[in-house]
Write a new protein. Sequence first.
Length: 501
Amino acid sequence: MKSKFLSALCLCASLVGVLSAAPPTLAPLFPAGGQRGATVELNAKAKFWSNDKSLAFDGSKVKIAADAAPGTHWLRAVNDDGASALRPFIVGTLPEVLEQEPNDDPKQAHSLAEGCTVNGKLAKSGETDCFSIAAKKGQTLVASLEANRTLKSPMDAVIQIVSLDGFILDENHDFRGLDPQVTYPIPKDGTYVVRVFAFPSQPDTSIRFSGAETYIYRLTITTGGFLDHCVPLAAIGKPFEPRGWNLPPDATPLTFKDGVAFHPKLGGATRPKLDPKATTHLIAKPGEEVAVPFTAKKGQSFAIEASSRSLGLPVDPVIRVVDKEKKTLARAEPPKLHSDTALSFSAPADGDYSVVVSDLYSQGGPRHAFALRIAPQEPDYELTVASDRFTIPVGKPLEAPVKIARRGGFAKPIVIAPSGLPAGVTFSVKPPGEKPDPNTVTLVFTAAKPTAGGPFRITGTVKDDPAMARIAKAPLAEFDDHTESLWVNAGEAPPEPKKKK
C-alpha cells in the first residue's frame, strides 16, 4: 500500500452546524470502495475535496474515474483545527452492490445476478450474511473477502460455500492474514450460496459469531476471471502475466498503472515488487528448497531479502546462505507470524555461495512463489517522522524531529526541508545542541495566523547526488503501513494554565 495515493488523496470534512475546536475524526468508510467509473455514495456526514484526478467529490458522492488504478486509495478528513487519520478506500474492477438484509439464512440469501463485489457489514453479534449465485459445471467459484488485512476491520472472518439447504461444500478461514478466500470447482449446474460470518480479530471469551458496526467488508464473488498474483513478482520494464482462476486468453499481459498490475476483465489486482535486482521463484512442492547461486569477494556485504507475504502469497521464507560444501554460514526466518525475511551476509572468503530459501512450515504449491533479492549492501538512508499530522499553535514554534536511519556506511551530509507548505507557514532548522544527534534533524514550524492547512512533504537531499533524494515517512500504525503525505495547519494556541495562588 505504499503508493502515490498517500499524497494524492485528501478528504476535507466540515460538519454542518458544528463549530469544531479539535481536529476531526473519520470513522471507517462505508461502503469501503467502489468500481472504476462508478459514483459511490459514502455514509459520511462530510464535504469532500481531492487533488487526485481519478476521484472527484460532490457532497458525499465520490465519482471514480474510469481509468483509476485499482487498489487502495487513502482519504483524510480535515477542518480548520486539523486533520483526521487516513482511511482506506478500495477501487475495484467488477460491478459493486450493497448487501441486502435479511440474508442470514441460505434460503434468504441475497441473490447476485453476476460476478460482483459486495459491500457488507456484520453489524451485530451472531450475524451471518448469505449470497447466492448461479454457476455451471466446470467453472470455479471464487469468493474472496477483504476486511482485516486491508481495512483493519476488527474481524476474523470465515467463508463457506453451502447448498441452498445449508450443506457445507467448502470453507476457508485464513487465506491472506485473517481474511478468507475460497476457490470451489463447480461439480454441477445450480445455485450456490456464499456464507460469511466472523469471530473477533482479538479473541475473547464469547462462543458465538461476532459482529459490530465496524465489521465492514468487501466480498468479491465471481465465476469469471480472478487475478491472484502476477509473474514476474518483481520487475521493471517487463510485461506482467496473470495467475489466478477462470483466466480468459485475452487477459494477458496485465495493465500496469501507479504500481498496480490488473486487467479490466478480471476481479482482483496485485502490486508487484518493483525491483530490477529481484528474481521470481517457486517452491513447487512441500518440503522443497530453492537454491540461487552468487559470487562474492572476501568481506563483501550483501543484503538478501525474500518477499512473499507482502505480495499476498503464502510463503514464510527461511533464508540460508551456504558455501560450495553446503555448509550453512548464515540463517534467518520471519521475525513475526506471516512476514517476509531479510538477512545481512558478509562473505568470509572469495568464492561461490548460494542462497537457499524454504518455507518455515515446509509448505509448497502453485501459489508458493517469492521474490528474492541478492545484492551488495549499498550506502543509503531513510527518513521518518513520528506523526503524519502537525498543528502549529499560532505564535509558538512547533518542533518536528526527523529521524535518519543510515545503512551501508552512508555518511554524507543530508539537507532536510519541507516542500508544499501552505501559505503562512514557515520553517527553520533547529541548531544542534552541545551534544548533537547525527541521526536527528529537528524542523521548527511557525505561523503568524490560523490557516486551514494542507498537504506537504519532508525531503532529504544530498549535494550533487539527486538520486539520493528521500522522502520522510510517517507510520500508519493501525494499518501496519506508512505515508509520505503529511498534513499541517495552524490554530490558536491553547490558553496558558492559570497559576495557583
